[in-house]
Design a protein around this ligand. Sequence first.
Ligand code: ATP
Length: 540
Amino acid sequence: MEQASRERKVVPPGAPPTLELENVSKTFRATRALDNVALTVRPGEVHGLLGTNGSGKSTLIKILAGFHAPDPGGVMRFNGQPVSLPLTASDFRRLGMSFVHQNLGLVPSLTVLENLRLSQIALGDNRHINWRKERAAAQQTLDRYGVDVEQWRRIDEISAVNRALIAIIRAFEEIREECERTGQPGLVLLDEPTPFLPKEGVDRLFRLMRQIADHGSSVTFISHDIDEVMEITDRVTILRDGKVSGEIETREASRDRMIEMIIGRSLGQSASVAHEARRFEPFAEVEDLVGEGIPRCNISVGRGEIIGLTGLIGSGYERVPYLLFGASQAKSGMLKLSGGDAFDLSGMTPARAIQENFALLPGDRPTQSGVGGMKIFENMLLPDLDSYFRGGFLRNGRMRREARRLGEEFEVRPNDPDLNLAALSGGNAQKVLIARWLKRKPRLLLLDEPTQGVDVGTRANIFEAVRRAAAEGMSVVCASSDAEQLAELCDRVLVFARGRIVDELTGAGVEKDRITQACYSSLDAVTANAPGEERKDRTG
Ligand SMILES: Nc1ncnc2c1ncn2[C@@H]1O[C@H](COP(=O)(O)OP(=O)(O)OP(=O)(O)O)[C@@H](O)[C@H]1O
């Protein structure tokens, strides 16, 4: 991928770093989340903060947001001025820092205008809001960043890309006035803002980040996507087990070197898969599935086959796993299994699906799948509780041992079955939930963005575990917007547009660039094919 322009405009020579941290540590009971961390972010720089799941990235961001107090002894300077730690929750704005957290922090039921001007409105005289003035200010902001969104639309009505853009613009606007007042650069910290976005959306976000950096402020960017990191960052700092394990200029690092610095080993060949077109025994036929956003679709899945569902955001592919599991109600459709069983999908429920030994790993795992207040071992073994009862008593010891073994296999850190799920980092919580379903050996595994937020090393392990289970006969349907992930994992990929399957890639056609290309040509295909469903078939 081509690197964006590295032209700088207004950074005076000899300017101090925007942010400097030294000896920052954070201990949560037995966990040393950060251990004497040092971080330097220069003015006008896009700085990547990388590391495996649980390496301490979010903890560091939360210290800067005044959410966590670090252990005593840490040093912080902002634009060369000492800042005393811990920060309070209002310090960051005064200093000129703002944040975009993973959930973007927008209010879905409010309009673009209200979200953009929320803090100004809240700080002003809210007995009389001058909407004409607010509208003009919001339009000026949108124009300044070249973003074309209707400001009266509610946030939940606009695209995922535009939502992310609005969150980033708002973060930058929050610091702009302070920076103009002090003449000092500010810092926007982005914690994985790009998941789920198609390539074109990521490109727009990156242009915006560059625009911010070109005006002398800095951006700190957390991501597990190495290609994105290579494309957008100037320099990266890498955390491993709470310590800084490296700092490097991006242009001096190859992709493999970067991965090695993050996971502490080379990925080897495990992440690639040979794509010869294979034949599978039939396992399931989905016939005439109709549901919200899906006018009609038919899918066949072989026994042991891994099929990917993809398309541009909003094309409907992401709804299919939920409709098959009964987590969203289908209007009609049949699921026919090769053994002769047939299910009316309009009456499917998650309880029925679990009874049939189907499993669903939803995309929004923290809220839809795991129970944060329950311990790791309870979360892992929840669907199997029956098998751990003896004489009316739950055999906690056996459950803990099993959970620890699974934790080792899936590299959960820290591997302590008695911790609450909520105490794990996002990626580690995901590993627990993936382990939970794979342990059950489901007949049909339905995945939505299965390795979202999971680091590159663990991602390879998870794919290997899924492939192993598929080799033993488990069928997999995986919805994902990540072409690279689909190419690594799937035997066959179905491309959706406007709720219909418009393309099918098999064999050598299951390749990152071809998948991306198929997503972009999908809209033409649906226009040409509508209203029927004649899909192209590409075996490459
Ligand atoms: N509130 C908490 N209580 C106890 N332990 C915590 C808490 N928050 C984080 N930790 C622990 O601190 C360590 C660092 O977690 P952190 O969330 O910072 O990792 P991360 O690098 O952001 O990971 P990911 O890429 O998965 O988001 C982990 O071992 C985690 O379990």
